[in-house]
Design a protein around this ligand. Structure first.
Ligand SMILES: C[S@@+](CC[C@H](N)C(=O)[O-])C[C@H]1O[C@@H](n2cnc3c(N)ncnc32)[C@H](O)[C@@H]1O
Length: 275
């Protein structure tokens, strides 16, 4: 689903000065569940299908092996039950339920201010759903991902919510939104998988309101030799791991003022404010 009123902040290409307009569609309480939207500046039409607005069409967009696996049909349905529910417990070596992680993210992004929030590389929508459920009618949440399988599952899971988020298939390296459209942007694990993390951070800054917030969960370089061996194997598939200083420097260079990093073994949480 995609909230109809959010079409006005969508910029399907950098030359567009206005948003999209709905050509035809089925709506439920202001959410488009299927249909077509047009960019009046270019005449290009974008479908809302399987409950999300698809701005990438036939573009495969996966730029490494790690991303390709996210395109497999089973990737979306299996991602949360097989991996995500226990991922931080496995990575930190201590019980770390999703509830605790979601609390940290909401706190770092200052969700209490309300407004529009963006989830980059949302996968099956864990952060998107949590933000939307907490915000209720005080704002809107948009989850973006390049993987159709993940987005289909994200839509399926979010349908049960009262305050439904919006989903779009879009590239975090070229965000299809007008400048200063969001109060905050979150990102869980995706910075490790983006082809050009620095670029996604600059794009995030562009779409944030002045003093907008960023909240990121990611994975640091391992300190043990076993961890380093595993990470070096994963790196061959395109996943990258960061030193703590690297995360702070990436944020700083993107025009985001970083808070001190919170670390739990190899897991980090970073908060930053748009300068
Ligand atoms: C580690 S998973 C994200 C997990 C999710 N945020 C969560 O907390 O459960 C990385 C996701 O980023 C997506 N992705 C990779 N490159 C992307 C890009 N350039 N733009 C948008 N999404 C991307 C992948 O399809 C994948 O679903």
């Amino acid at each position: 689903m995609f909230r109809r009123e959010l079409l006005s902040i969508v910029r399907s290409n950098p030359a567009s000065s206005g948003g999209l307009e709905l050509v035809e569609g089925i709506e439920e309480n202001g959410d488009i569940t299927s249909g077509r939207a047009v960019d009046p500046a270019t005449g290009k039409v974008y479908p809302v299908k399987n409950g999300y607005l698809d701005l990438l069409g036939s573009r495969a967009s996966a730029d490494n092996v790690a991303n390709l696996t996210n395109f497999l049909p089973g990737a979306g349905p299996l991602y949360e039950p097989l991996w995500r529910v226990r991922s931080l417990t496995l990575l930190t070596g201590k019980p770390f339920p999703n509830e605790r992680e979601l609390e940290i993210i909401s706190d770092l992004v200052r969700l209490d201010r309300g407004g529009r929030y963006l989830d980059l590389g949302c996968s099956a929508g864990l952060y998107t759903r949590s933000l939307a459920a907490t915000l209720g009618d005080r704002g809107d949440v948009v989850g973006i991902d390049i993987s159709p399988s993940m987005l289909k599952e994200a839509v399926r899971r979010a349908r049960k919510l009262e305050a439904t988020p919006s989903f779009t298939r879009a590239d975090a390296e070229n965000l299809p939104f007008a400048d200063a459209s969001f109060a905050g942007a979150v990102c869980g694990g995706s910075l490790n998988e983006f082809g050009d993390p620095a670029r996604t951070l600059r794009e995030r800054r562009r779409v944030l309101e002045p003093s907008g917030r960023v909240a990121i969960m990611g994975i640091l370089k391992a300190k043990t030799s076993r961890g380093r061996r595993l990470q070096s194997f994963l790196s061959t598939g395109g996943v990258r791991f960061f030193e703590p200083e690297e995360v702070l420097s990436l944020l700083d260079h993107a025009g985001l003022e970083p808070d001190p990093l919170r670390t739990y073994n190899v897991v980090f949480f970073a908060g930053a404010t748009r300068r």
